[in-house]
Design a binder for this molecule. Structure first.
Ligand code: PGA
Length: 252
């Protein structure tokens, strides 16, 4: 059956020393009180190698927040999937709405990134989700379906098995507005049905679909209690050990 996962997305927060301190604190907290789910922290590139050394990878998975859409070569400032993997990281977030919006990452670019991540043995946390305008126009289902078709439905069923989906309504990210657990469950069930139409029920049942967008310890238990919500992708509340641990504990 599919995995329950709580993944942190630090975004552009924490300098190196602060990041190591947070990872160390979380590692200690989870060694003392074993989680009931998979835990992943996704950090800025420059943190990866050092954070990799301070965490117990059997308890905390490590991921990047992005990778390049090119294999290697003259792409100044870019970081390849192979480089990410070589730090000890096992995951990469791709398709985050902030990357789509601020850095103009198109479905085609994301498709390349996904292929390179998988070719280098990384698991992909692939983000989808609608804007407030799209939700108000009741277009959320169309939007998430098109995002899947545009960047990950080209994969074989075997490769799709290495994808974790994160549904993140853009209007809920960092705004303090969470989708209600009913709203989230409705669209998670729809996403699973779209995956089932494409790859069959078994693949769909094995795909973890995380909720992201102002998820915190106070609302996580209600969200995670829904049958199609398999955990969370956590931004703001992953930046303090106690807050993040509170969400992890929602699976207890
Ligand atoms: P948030 O961010 O938890 O701060 O809303 C979630 C995300 O963007 O992954």
């Amino acid at each position: 059956m599919r995995k329950k996962i709580v993944a942190g997305n630090w975004k552009m927060n924490k300098n190196l020393q602060e990041g190591i301190a947070l990872a160390t604190e979380l590692n200690e907290a989870l060694a003392a009180d074993k989680p009931n789910c998979d835990v992943v922290i996704c950090t800025p590139f420059i943190h990866l190698a050092k954070v990799s050394d301070v965490i117990d990878h059997s308890v905390i998975g490590l991921g990047a927040e992005n990778c390049a859409d090119k294999d290697k070569g003259a792409f100044t400032g870019e970081v390849s999937a192979e480089m990410v993997k070589s730090t000890g990281a096992e995951y990469v977030i791709l398709g985050h709405s902030e990357r789509r919006e601020y850095y103009k990452e198109t479905p085609e670019i994301l498709k390349e990134k996904v292929l390179l991540a998988l070719a280098n043995g990384l698991k992909v946390i692939f983000c989808i989700g609608e804007s407030l305008d799209e939700r108000e126009a009741n277009k959320q289902n169309e939007v998430v379906k098109a995002e899947l078709e545009g960047s990950v439905f080209n994969l074989s069923a075997e490769d799709f098995g290495k994808i974790i989906i994160a549904y993140e309504p853009i209007w809920a990210i960092g705004t303090g507005k969470t989708a209600s657990s009913e709203q989230a469950e409705e669209i998670h069930a729809y996403i699973r049905s779209v995956i089932a139409d494409k790859y069959g029920k078994e693949v769909a049942d094995n795909t973890s679909i995380l909720y992201g967008g102002s998820c915190k310890a106070s609302n996580a238990p209600e969200l995670f209690a829904k049958p199609d919500i398999d955990g969370g992708l956590i931004g703001g509340a992953s930046l303090k050990c106690a807050d993040f641990k509170g969400i992890i504990d929602a699976w207890k």
